[in-house]
Write a protein that binds this ligand. Sequence first.
Ligand code: SF4
Length: 324
Amino acid sequence: MSARPLKHVVSISGGKDSTATLLVALELHGHDEVQAVFADTGNEHEATYEYALDYLPRALGIKVDVVRASFDDEFATKRANLARIAAGEPESAVYGKREFMYDWTPEAAARALEILKPTGNPFLDLCMVRGGFPSRKRQFCTEYLKRNPLTEYALDCVDKGYFVESWQGVRADESEARRWLQSYEARGGHYAVYRPILRWNVADVFEAHIAAGIRPNPLYRENMSRVGCMPCINARKVEIREISRRFPEHIERIAEWERLVSTVCRPRSPVSFFHMGTQAHRGQDSTIYSVVEWSKTTRGGRQYDLLADAEPASACSSAYGLCE
Ligand code: SF4
């Protein structure tokens, strides 16, 4: 047993599973040893911010720390590269002799430089420096926006002298990848992972809320089956339809992000929030507005194949339990 003081770090997303996990942690260890932390992607619904950063702290008498990824270094590197291209250097001199499907032109690089600055919104900044949105195949959002900042937070606690137990709100019945997880993993380096609700079902999770007198995120009453990003890149057709009906302002925000990201991408690169499987390179065909139109179709509507790319999603729906 470690001689270090224990710190139970619970990453909360505003969703039901991470909230239930926090409730268990507080019940078992009390307020002094438990620390809740929220990774702000910048792509959350305002109800989730209110729930995780205002309601839960007030209702439970806790403090929630917030972590946000920053991409300032990546912006600086990308800006330096584009400045060289805008000044007329050949792309091969900047990026090496790699083959790209679409090439930068000096004019496009100069246009991109006008826009390419950190906005302070982690999700948008990540997409701007990566030159596109994450997809099921390249689900880099969880890694950069949640896993990395939360890992840094935990390592910081270790550096401060704690033994950190990272509590994850993961349930085995959610996906194949989660079925074989262990409930406790000692990782070495004064760090361990604990998954206290691994064998729970959804009813158990809501029961824990009731027992503690804590209401779930109100988005569940708005027909949202999960309350991660608004929207999540993995949103199902029915969720996209509901989001567009209930929260059209979030669709408009994503449309503006598509416009901004396309300005800082290689010319003619297709940029869309939802990657439509084999349709991914149809450019304008899969912008958020066209996807919303598709989401309203029933059989016989124009069919995109949302799941054509559907390899097992890499992080969110697998082991980490960082997104619902
Ligand atoms: S997988 Fe979805 S919920 Fe998770 S970070 Fe990406 S967009 Fe957000």
